[in-house]
Design a protein around this ligand. Structure first.
Ligand SMILES: CC(C)(COP(=O)(O)OP(=O)(O)OC[C@H]1O[C@@H](n2cnc3c(N)ncnc32)[C@H](O)[C@@H]1OP(=O)(O)O)[C@@H](O)C(=O)NCCC(=O)NCCS
Length: 257
């Protein structure tokens, strides 16, 4: 459904999608006219009223990344990514992904977009147009808790260590709270995946505990909408400290000897 522009979205952070990228119904389908976020939330009976934003923004821009909805054309890069054993060191427990496994994962990613109107993005480096990885909101169907949408990241090795997972992950968290209307976002990884846990921290998620899952120990993190909003307000608050020109704000009362 095409509704009014989302006034609450941060200007410059999230850009309106081009018409062809807006929600237009199921992929290859008939153009269903309901807001996918509303149906997602209703189907889980977590909220009674959902504000629908729109036009349904699906593409997000950060300083260095364009985060766009997943496409079937992403399969080639995704296969290259998930058949790299260094990348999947903390993702697969025993058997590496086969190209067939990756194709199924890509299909499931597309299905999420179709079903929920959001899902993992393909991350593209703005400066070069290069395909960086998969970042963003991902519904974990098998997650044992009630809040099944995680923020996640898998990047080609060439892009590691530059803060890109954090940049994209933060955009995912913002998108989940401001656009989709989620109440809580989780993230889970093998407990030994220190880099990913650090990204969770830097995205504002807090450690919740460990679980035995799929033959390994999983550490999981979460952030609630209220805590995220409080963090945004603190970050946006004008500085109240003293300044060297002595204008405004509290002044130092230190007496010089
Ligand atoms: C995890 C991953 C997404 C991180 O991407 P990235 O763009 O390098 O992440 P960032 O640069 O935003 O942040 C990484 C942080 O982890 C830290 N880090 C990296 N490797 C680390 C390690 N082995 N031990 C401790 N900290 C580590 C970095 O120093 C950085 O923290 P800092 O900013 O405080 O210095 C990337 O390594 C990856 O794609 N890994 C393979 C896929 C994967 O495991 N995904 C997670 C599945 S749940």
């Amino acid at each position: 459904m095409e509704v009014a522009a989302p006034a609450r979205l941060a200007a410059g952070c999230i850009r309106r999608a081009p018409p062809q990228a807006r929600w237009a119904g199921p992929i290859g389908g008939s153009g269903r006219s309901r807001c996918p976020a509303r149906s997602y939330l209703r189907s889980r009976e977590t909220v009674k009223t959902v504000v629908c934003y729109g036009p349904w923004v699906t593409e997000v821009e950060t300083d260095r990344l364009v985060l766009r909805p997943w496409q079937s054309e992403d399969l080639a890069e995704f296969t290259r990514l998930l058949t790299d054993p260094v990348v999947t060191r903390y993702i697969v427990v025993h058997t590496p992904f086969s190209p067939q496994d990756v194709a199924e994962l890509s299909d499931r990613t597309l299905e999420q977009w179709d079903r929920n109107g959001f899902g993992p993005w393909a991350a593209i480096e703005k400066a070069t147009g290069r395909w960086v990885g998969r970042i963003g909101l991902d519904e974990l169907a098998d997650w044992p808790g009630p809040h099944k949408v995680e923020v996640g990241w898998e990047l080609h090795r060439a892009f590691w260590g530059r803060g890109l997972a954090t940049e994209g992950g933060r955009a995912g968290v913002r998108y989940g709270f401001e656009t989709v209307g989620l109440e809580r976002i989780i993230s889970a990884t093998m407990a030994t995946n220190t880099a990913s846990r650090r990204v969770m921290d830097k995205c504002g998620l807090r450690f919740q505990g460990e679980l035995a899952m799929a033959g390994t120990t999983v550490a999981w993190y979460a952030i609630d909408r209220a805590d995220w909003k409080a963090g945004q307000a603190t970050a946006a608050a004008p500085p109240t400290g003293a300044n060297l020109l002595g204008a405004g704000g509290p002044r130092s009362t230190t007496a010089f000897p």
